[in-house]
Write a protein that binds this ligand. Structure first.
Ligand SMILES: Nc1ncnc2c1ncn2[C@@H]1O[C@H](COP(=O)(O)OP(=O)(O)OP(=O)(O)O)[C@@H](O)[C@H]1O
Ligand SMILES: [Mg+2]
Length: 268
């Protein structure tokens, strides 16, 4: 069994106002029968155009959005069976990294407070143990390539790339089983993008991190992902080893995505 398994996962939303004048109501099939596997220590790249259901899929995997049907199995445990109070603790096993670290970090909290709070979500007993917390915060900062002398600084005192490093450290702090990165480099300068991608690759190699990396940019996904899943209209239309998907796309939509990359020919 793979580390993360999705079986025929569906997330449908009712269309507001539909069903008023008829017995059938319309639904938006944001996620419509997704079956996927992610092995421990690997990076799944999830690509597809805006509105195809990438974020809804990740919210459903994290149990932030209830599934309409289907199952999510993480580390052998069926999360779709859990009771509400159990779900809250399990959410720590999933951490997200977002596109805009400035919006996702609290501007009034120092790096120390942000990371200490995230560490204490997993280890509440450390709340009063400042020396251990300080040591753990230093370690986390070092892990993401930040100087721990800056732990008393606020998000606005860092550059965009450094802020994304803080956001990555915060995601690591509760020792998650899976990281979901939703367009984590789209808001960064191209030169900074590769630094963050390399950091994520290093973390995968050094810590055995398992990750779903969401992007609409196939060239970024190709760089970082082991497996690629192409999503279209709530369904996975193509799935396979990264290089395979690139060199031998089977689906028409994937071929169109590939041909939209400058200097790339799907037939090459
Ligand atoms: N809470 C919700 N209620 C109703 N419809 C929703 C809800 N969340 C998402 N949708 C719809 O589900 C579909 C998929 O949206 P989603 O945000 O998952 O796409 P996405 O692939 O993440 O897009 P983007 O690349 O722009 O982030 C869209 O049609 C969206 O309008
Ligand atoms: Mg999205």
């Amino acid at each position: 069994m793979a580390f993360l398994e999705l079986h025929d996962l569906k997330t449908h939303f009712p269309v507001p106002g539909s069903g008023l004048f008829s017995s059938t109501s319309d639904v938006i099939k944001a996620v419509d029968g997704v079956t996927l596997k992610v092995e421990k220590g690997s990076i799944l790249g999830l690509v597809g155009e805006s509105g195809c259901g990438k974020s809804t899929l990740s919210r459903t995997v994290m149990q932030l959005q209830p599934a309409t049907s289907g199952t999510v199995i993480l580390d052998g445990e069926n999360l779709t069976d859990l009771q509400r109070n159990e779900v809250r603790m399990r959410r720590l096993d999933f951490q997200m990294i977002f596109q805009d670290p400035y919006a996702s970090l609290n501007p009034r909290m120092t790096v120390y407070s942000t990371l200490a709070e995230a560490i204490c979500q997993r280890h509440p007993n450390l709340k009063k143990d400042r020396p251990t917390l300080t040591q753990k915060v230093s370690q986390l900062m070092a892990t993401v390539g930040l100087d721990s002398r800056y732990m008393r600084k606020y998000p606005h005192e860092f550059s965009g790339g450094q802020r994304q490093r803080i956001a990555i450290a915060r995601a690591l702090a509760p020792e998650p089983k899976l990281i979901i990165a939703d367009e984590p480099v789209s808001a960064l300068d191209v030169s900074i993008q590769s630094q963050i991608l390399n950091l994520l690759l290093d973390l995968r190699n050094d810590l055995g991190l398992t990750m779903i990396f969401i992007s609409h940019d196939l060239s970024v996904v190709r760089y970082i992902a082991d497996e690629i899943a192409v999503m279209y209209g709530g369904k996975i239309v193509e799935y396979g080893n990264g290089e395979e998907v690139f060199h031998n796309p089977k689906d028409e939509y994937t071929k169109r995505l590939l041909s939209a990359i400058p200097h790339f020919k799907a037939t090459a």
